[in-house]
Ligand binder design. Structure first.
Ligand code: DOR
Length: 448
């Protein structure tokens, strides 16, 4: 049987800082030709007319929580990766705070096994570090997983690593990318106690960024960076939420040569503390959404390359769980279906260029994690591609939400841009809100 061949015609191709008109030929899983004009050589070639649309590399999301195993009443790998595909995310890296936690090789392999059967998008996982699993960390082959995740502030799943000696040993002994959640536990505990004394059980949600404060974030990020400098570790700081932390990062080197990198998430670029009154606990995240000034400074740092990647930290909880009072409502919210439309909305608002969106959501995660043959529209690369109509408005509503938890912090928001097609490893897996029946997902591999 001959290989499946697809020709995407008349697209506005966005790649490596340029937007240009052209055609892309896909054979089997790979992009084989990119030219001004390519003609279909046989009637077997499937032609997709992309007139007026953007063609981008598929988004690579380096931080998601898909809740499987153990928390599948909130989400699972199948449901959330399907939503990701509809949102133009073709590869995801999933976090270890599942139940059981992904802190042994055996548990990690179980997750790979589930994903190989059910994922709709390409997948990899982070191995979880704890106060007592250094032996297991040292057994991990760095080419088999995306990296190591450490919670230096506690969040969903009780995975806090708070023993300074253990931390230093981990930093000294692994050459994996160490991704960290930074919030200083002592500061948070003290702030929370003060608020409980003042408000009892009824702490107003807008106190969240005062409890999980700028100081808590800065203290923890700066300590992690200091330790990385001392030990030579490769550190990636997840979800910056404050302007103050952005000054800890540099844009002096190209990403491939950086030892210390940073991520920002959609919610910290979109929401501010002014939204708590309206959205309540639906926008309760750790780290907290902070002030408008923080949001502005995060965007500045993203644009001047002190921040390297944009991710979602997609972290669904049920609506019932979120409707608890401040102390009981879990932190986190679902985002993978809406992240790219939100960033493209910021393009429409004149805040970021399309080329920069592609750099931070597609190219840079591939560079940072040394992902093999993905993240670009290049001959010889996997055909993970997304077609976007920039002028086809739609409103986020219950009936078009694909997350298992059935809610979104964006409900009621109208986005001008719509993802119309998603190609995964050469297969058209999403076409105008219809999914292909067969999965084309693959495990991510790394050039390490
Ligand atoms: O808000 C958050 N939710 N932050 C995290 O770090 C974890 C996540 C979750 O898993 O719920």
């Amino acid at each position: 049987m001959s290989e499946r061949t697809t020709l995407i015609k008349n697209a506005k191709i966005v790649n490596e800082g340029r937007i240009f008109n052209g055609d892309v030929l896909i054979k089997g899983e790979f992009i084989v030709q990119i030219e001004d004009s390519i003609s279909a050589k046989s009637s077997d070639v499937v032609v997709v007319d992309a007139e007026g649309k953007l063609l981008m590399p598929g988004v690579i999301d380096d931080q998601v929580h898909f809740r499987e195993p153990g928390l599948t009443h909130k989400a699972d790998i199948a449901s959330e990766s399907k939503a990701a595909i509809a949102g133009g995310i073709t590869s995801f890296i999933e976090m270890p705070n599942t139940n059981p936690q992904t802190t042994t090789i055996e548990k990690m392999e179980e997750k790979f096994d589930i994903a190989s059967k059910t994922a709709f998008a390409n997948y990899s996982f982070m191995f979880g570090g704890t106060n007592d699993n250094l032996d297991e960390i040292l057994k991990v082959d760095p080419r088999s997983v995306a990296g190591l995740k450490l919670f230096l502030g506690s969040s969903t799943g009780n995975m806090l690593v708070d023993d300074p000696q253990v931390l230093e040993k981990i930093f000294k002994s692994t050459n994996m990318v160490i991704s960290v959640h930074c919030e200083d536990e002592t500061t948070i505990k003290q702030n929370l106690q003060e608020h409980i004394e003042k408000y009892g059980d009824d702490i107003p949600i807008n106190k969240h960024p005062i409890i999980r404060s700028e100081e808590a974030c800065y203290l923890s990020s700066s300590k992690a960076i200091e330790l990385a400098k001392k030990t030579g570790a490769r550190l990636h700081v997840f979800h910056l939420s404050t302007g103050k932390e952005t000054h800890l990062f540099s844009n002096k080197k190209p990403l491939k040569d950086k030892k210390i990198t940073a991520e920002v998430c959609i919610h910290h670029l979109w929401f501010s503390d002014e939204d708590y009154d309206k959205k309540g606990t639906l926008i309760k995240w750790n780290p907290a959404v902070k002030t408008k000034t923080d949001r502005k400074q995060l965007l500045e740092a993203l644009l001047d390359d002190r921040i390297d990647v944009i991710a979602t930290d997609h972290a669904p909880h049920t609506l019932k769980e979120k409707q608890n009072n401040y102390t009981q409502a879990p932190s986190g919210g679902p985002l993978v279906q809406h992240a790219l439309p939100a960033l493209l909305e910021m393009y429409h608002q004149g805040k970021i260029s399309i080329e920069k969106v592609v750099e931070k959501m597609c190219h840079n995660p591939a560079i940072l994690f040394q992902i093999e043959k993905r993240g670009y529209i290049k001959e010889g690369y996997y055909a993970d591609l997304v077609l976007v109509d920039l002028n086809n408005p739609w409103t986020v509503k219950k009936e078009n939400i694909l997350y298992k938890c059935e809610w979104s912090p964006f409900e009621g928001t109208t986005f001008k841009s719509r993802i119309t097609h998603t190609f995964l490893n050469g297969s058209l897996v999403f076409n105008n809100f219809k999914f292909a029946r067969t999965s084309a997902a693959k495990r991510l591999t790394f050039n390490r």
